[in-house]
Design a protein around this ligand. Structure first.
Ligand code: TMP
Length: 215
């Protein structure tokens, strides 16, 4: 008999690709089937993680954050959410959906900032206590399209975001790293064309989830 895959699904992609919308649509669909679901986001998902999120997102000239500090702050948030929220939920047989997880570190701190993938993989292993998602959706969008969506979002919130202020080349490297991950681990990492209408993207995601988990 084949072991059931862990019901741990992560969503990844560049800013503006529609991760949050899609994660909530999947959550709603699972809940409608009576399935227990925990949805978390990274950085965040715990009181410590949410405080770290504010620090990591804040764009302020007084708050310098070196690439090394940034890396360890993201990992600190992850170490906490794994132990405080994700592991206990999986142990109770709940689904766990995470808006970003370890692949974000490979894409942003690896592709974006240039840390070695081997180093990041080792750090991720310690941080995640060996836990890895069964399925990861990378919502892929050309930079120009993502940029438009972000401009609209920013105009609505009126707030700056430290990482979103990086130059376009940074986000090209992030996107390329995600695409490489999908080539390297095609079973786990599914590249989703996020330029399609929202309903179509949600249907594609559901089709994969129901097949992989036998729903
Ligand atoms: P978001 O949740 O609104 O996408 O914001 C999270 C930001 O943090 C986003 O710019 C990606 C970035 N990030 C990293 O650089 N490394 C990480 O490990 C994680 C989880 C997020």
């Amino acid at each position: 008999m084949r072991a059931e895959p862990l019901r741990f699904v992560t969503f990844e992609g560049s800013e503006g690709a529609g991760k949050s919308t899609q994660i909530h649509r999947l959550e709603a669909r699972l809940l409608s089937l009576g399935e227990p679901v925990l949805t978390v986001r990274e950085p965040g998902g715990t009181p410590l993680g949410e405080r770290l999120r504010r620090l990591l997102k804040e764009s302020s000239p007084e708050l310098a954050i070196s690439p090394e500090s940034e890396l360890f702050l993201f990992l600190a948030s992850r170490a906490q959410v794994v132990r405080q929220a994700i592991q206990p939920a999986l142990a109770k047989n709940s689904w766990v959906l995470s808006d970003r997880f370890s692949d974000s570190t490979l894409a942003y701190q690896g592709g974006g900032r240039g840390f070695s993938p081997d180093l990041l993989r080792s750090l991720n292993r310690i941080t995640c206590a060996g836990l890895s998602p069964s399925l990861t959706f990378v919502l892929d969008l050309p930079l120009s399209e993502a940029g438009h969506r972000l401009t609209r979002r920013k105009a609505g919130s009126g707030q700056g975001d430290r990482i979103e202020e990086e130059p376009p080349e940074f986000f090209e490297r992030v996107r390329d790293t995600y695409r490489d991950l999908a080539r390297l681990e095609p079973e786990r990492v599914r590249l989703i064309d996020a330029s399609r209408p929202e309903d179509e993207v949600a249907a594609g995601i559901w089709e994969i989830v129901s097949r992989v988990f036998g729903l």
